[in-house]
Design a protein around this ligand. Structure first.
Ligand code: SF4
Ligand code: SF4
Length: 542
């Protein structure tokens, strides 16, 4: 196997024996085969589009299946094999329609390959189409192709969430297909690859906008909300991941059952949505970021549902309590299917002891998405003009296991009192419970939401730039980003496509970025790795 799509990749170069995430070589090969198959399906879909054939089922499937290969989503070889079979089935159905409409299909490659009958055969096929086997002879083009694929995985995740809530845009589906199919091409020049990668950033902005619309039109605009970090005596269900619809269904299905529902990880911001917070048994937040789940889940006295990434290998002491749904899967873990009947989860929660007593561990504030922040924009602008707010920091992105990520805690602690800190993503768990005070009643730490709520951050930055009659790059705003997986790659591409400069990225730079591509990013965007909290603050604030 070879995989280097996430930040924790082995030795900073690539996982070759087994994934640091727990992905085994067989699942890795099957994921490679799935991506290869999706490239073929995308080729056929693009030809179909030229002939006016554009089935929704194919569009949605490509987004879902691409999402399933994101880090920490699907570890079940059987589940991946089923997706491959479905991709081939859809491809062959679409090919028949395209031929009938007079379309000309590719004569070889993934649009034509014959899928092996057995799982072992599929694994062998996957090994033939891995990242290294498909390597472009030009290492910079190879780097850009991989960057594009990882950006597409992030876009696919956001597109899937938006689609679940009824928001779709064919431009997103078309780009997913064009991007996947393009990685088979050998005729594009380096500049064209750079353009394509930046286009992925633009499409991701469109996708995040779609998801923002999906979330806010379904659940209302988040409002500032105090979320307890302690527990309420009684039975409990913990919901992790990003899928708001799953959380809503769990809240509905647990109504009146004497169960309190808690959020975990990236679900924390859900407490701010009016249509979710209205449920009286939607109580609080438990635990921190994904990498601590083996310790935290073992101590949770209720059932746990993983709606999306990031699942870690479930330990035996809680394997019976954890459930997956949607695209998440782990061998041997009960999966809640398309019918979204969370009955088995509720049954398990009722069997378990629950919390024995009320505990008070304080609260955190969530709900500072674009609407809430922009509603106090006048106050913020006045504070900047009066010299009370000197600088804005966006310290956001992913959390992870590397000790070097303590940088993010340290920098937040050291940012001077006259600066505001915006945050989003699960990276916030490095400092989310710190009491950082306020400036004229504006909390110094503003939690914008999940990683996809980078859309909110962008809207806030654009509004500030408009108010100060300058460009975003001229604002007293510094972006200090922590990345881990492919949604963060998509967001980074969005920031670059908007021309945002001076981003500090850490804790390490992506292994799939070649030295020349990095050089391009440094020269054109002044992107830089994080150094120490002191040095970076000195450089930013002077
Ligand atoms: S997703 Fe990350 S940790 Fe998992 S195999 Fe790939 S690079 Fe390694
Ligand atoms: S913040 Fe990063 S690690 Fe956390 S869920 Fe979002 S993309 Fe994944």
């Amino acid at each position: 196997m070879f995989c280097y799509q996430c930040e924790q990749t082995a030795k900073g170069t690539g996982c070759e024996k087994i994934g640091i995430c727990g992905k085994d070589p067989e699942t890795a090969a099957l994921q490679d085969l799935l991506i290869y198959t999706l490239k073929g399906l995308s080729q056929v879909a693009l030809i179909g589009r030229e002939k006016g054939i554009n089935p929704k089922e194919v569009n949605v499937f490509i987004a879902e299946a691409t999402f399933s290969t994101l880090t920490n989503v699907n570890f079940d070889p059987q589940a991946v094999a089923e997706l491959i079979k479905k991709a081939v089935e859809l491809r062959d159905e679409l090919k028949a329609q395209v031929v009938q409409a007079g379309g000309k299909l590719p004569v070889n490659g993934p649009a034509n390959f014959k899928l092996a009958d057995s799982l072992q055969g599929m694994i062998a096929q996957g090994e033939e189409h891995g990242i290294l086997a498909e390597k472009d002879p030009d290492s910079d083009i190879h780097s850009l192709k991989q960057t594009l694929i990882y950006g597409l995985k992030g876009i696919a995740a956001y597109a899937d969430h938006a689609q679940i809530l009824g928001q779709e845009d064919d431009r997103v589906y078309e780009f997913l297909q064009r991007g996947l199919a393009a990685t088979l091409r050998s005729d594009l020049k380096l500049e064209e690859w750079i353009e394509m990668v930046l286009e992925a950033g633009k499409i991701n902005l469109l996708t995040m906008e779609l998801l923002d619309r999906a979330n806010t039109s379904t659940y209302g605009h988040p409002v500032p909300t105090q979320v307890p970090l302690g527990a309420k005596k009684g039975k409990a269900i913990l919901v992790s991941g990003h899928d708001l619809r799953d959380l809503e269904l769990i809240l509905q299905q647990t109504e009146g059952k004497g169960i309190y529902v808690y959020t975990h990880g990236e679900m924390l911001p859900c407490h701010g949505y009016p249509e979710l917070k209205k449920y009286p048994h939607f109580y609080g937040h438990y635990g921190t970021a994904w990498q601590n789940q083996q310790k935290e889940f073992a101590q949770f006295p209720g059932a746990i549902v993983m709606t999306t990434n990031c699942i870690q290998k479930p330990l035996d002491n809680y394997k019976q309590n954890i459930f997956t749904t949607g695209l998440v899967a782990w061998p041997g873990v009960t999966h809640i299917g398309q019918d979204k009947d969370f009955g088995p989860v509720i049954k398990r929660a009722l069997e378990l002891e629950g919390f024995a007593q009320d505990t008070d561990k304080g609260t955190v504030m969530v709900g500072f998405a674009r609407n809430a922040v922009l509603s106090v924009a006048d106050k913020v602008i006045a504070a900047v003009k009066a010299g009370k707010i000197r600088h804005f920091f966006l310290v956001g992105g992913c959390d992870g296991a590397r000790p070097a990520r303590n940088y993010y805690t340290e920098i937040v602690e050291k940012i001077p009192q006259d600066c505001l800190i915006l945050t989003l993503g699960c990276g916030k768990f490095k400092f989310f419970d710190k009491q950082l005070g306020d400036i004229d009643g504006i909390p110094r730490l503003l939690d914008l939401g999940q990683c996809n709520d980078a859309y909110s951050a962008i809207q806030i930055a654009l509004a500030l730039a408009k108010a100060f009659d300058c460009e975003v790059n001229d604002l007293p705003l510094s972006l200090i980003i922590s990345w881990y997986e492919q949604k963060a790659v998509a967001i980074l591409l969005t920031l670059l496509s908007l021309g945002i400069k001076d981003i500090r990225l850490g804790p390490t730079l992506p292994a799939f970025i070649s030295p020349n591509v990095l050089d391009y990013l440094v020269k054109n965007y002044n992107i830089k790795p994080i150094s120490s909290a002191e040095e970076d603050l000195k450089a930013i604030l002077g």
